[in-house]
Design a protein around this ligand. Structure first.
Ligand code: ZN
Length: 89
């Protein structure tokens, strides 16, 4: 998943290592991202290569794999379809 600065994301999964569910359902705007090797901030398990997103002035940190982007796509279901535009004669 590609999460970038400025994306609106929601925490949808507990941590995979220890099942920490704090913040589940929280929504925040990504202020910066960081990729590297790290440990879980809760159980200290080595996570290997991980990408994380920071929010709330750096007080919120979640790995990408716990997040879901909720920004609506620029194109998609919200655009009128051909069927909506055509007027039956
Ligand atoms: Zn953990």
């Amino acid at each position: 998943m590609n999460i970038q600065k400025g994306d609106l994301v929601m925490v949808v999964k507990p941590t995979e290592c220890c099942g920490l569910a704090v913040g589940l359902g929280a929504i925040f705007r990504v202020e910066r991202t960081l990729s590297g090797r790290g440990n879980c901030g809760h159980c200290q398990k080595k996570l290997g290569a991980v990408s994380v997103a920071f929010g709330h002035k750096g007080t919120t940190v979640f790995p990408f794999r716990s997040l879901k982007k909720i920004d609506p796509p620029a194109d998609g279901d919200s655009l009128p379809t051909r069927a909506d535009i055509e007027v039956p004669a």
